[in-house]
Design a protein around this ligand. Structure first.
Ligand SMILES: CC(C)(COP(=O)(O)OP(=O)(O)OC[C@H]1O[C@@H](n2cnc3c(N)ncnc32)[C@H](O)[C@@H]1OP(=O)(O)O)[C@@H](O)C(=O)NCCC(=O)NCCS
Length: 230
């Protein structure tokens, strides 16, 4: 067993022991409404690009519902559920070759802008798969606000890592727009005592042009494409 797998197992055990009230499971249709609501609330309140564009809950809820439905049908995503069945965290995972494509006619303009920006964040050739079932994409992650949920993102990352590895996937990647996620990656690497998440592309949303304007002008942060092996 490699050191990364050993560290992931130990960390998983520690997270389970310290979060006895929270468990992870595969995202299914029964989680559709709760997961949609969590993503809607947290993205509008805390995701940097949604905040810059001033996106409102009603703008994104139908989009998230359709994406979560797509993910639930594939059975690749993960939810963290607290006592009483409350969904505290969600990570959507899709096969790279079978990704959700929103209806351009009905999708809110702000989401089309963010989608165009994410599409401009290129995926390195060496990450791309040659067949279905090889590479997965973590599209959305959200955790309910609160100190009691501070290990939930770690649980989601470890839960999806294990689930996708068991299904035979060799690699995963994510387009990260929130520095909170990058911080979590760094903390996990400290436990693994080495690099796990490789940064393959970095960009500044402020430089992005869309239909002749710069929708994220003034935003100081950067975003990145990260990949990791199973
Ligand atoms: C991203 C997210 C899942 C991270 O969850 P989390 O790790 O449980 O917790 P926090 O939000 O507390 O963030 C972790 C750390 O990153 C920091 N952080 C969070 N958002 C940040 C931001 N926009 N800019 C800079 N730092 C940020 C926090 O201050 C915290 O630092 P600390 O641990 O040193 O105090 C959660 O913030 C969330 O649901 N955000 C809304 C949706 C989103 O942005 N998803 C990710 C898109 S890539």
């Amino acid at each position: 067993m490699s050191y990364v797998h050993f560290a992931a197992r130990m960390l998983g055990l520690w997270v389970r022991v310290t979060n006895l009230r929270t468990t992870t499971s595969v995202l299914r249709l029964e989680h559709l409404e709760a997961a949609t609501l969590l993503l809607t609330n947290e993205f509008c309140e805390r995701e940097p690009l949604c905040r810059v564009l001033g996106i409102q809950r009603a703008d994104v809820l139908p989009f998230f519902r359709e994406q979560v439905r797509h993910v639930a049908m594939q059975g690749l995503g993960i939810v963290a559920v607290g006592r009483g069945g409350t969904v505290k965290g969600v990570i959507t995972v899709e096969d790279h070759m079978d990704q959700f494509h929103p209806d351009q006619e009905t999708t809110h303009e702000g989401l089309l802008v963010i989608g165009a920006y994410l599409d401009s964040n290129k995926i390195a050739e060496h990450i791309l798969p040659s067949r279905k079932g090889e590479v997965y994409y973590c599209g959305l992650a959200a955790v309910a606000k609160g100190r009691e949920n501070r290990q939930v993102l770690t649980m989601l990352i470890l839960g999806s890592y294990k689930h996708l590895r068991n299904l035979g996937y060799v690699r995963g990647y994510a387009k990260v727009t929130n520095p909170g996620v990058t911080r979590r990656f760094k903390r996990l690497e400290k436990v693994a005592r080495g690099p796990v998440f490789s940064s393959t592309y970095t960009a500044n949303p402020a430089d992005f042009c869309y239909l002749g304007s710069r929708p994220f002008a003034g935003y100081q942060g950067s975003t990145g494409v990260f990949s990791w092996n199973s």
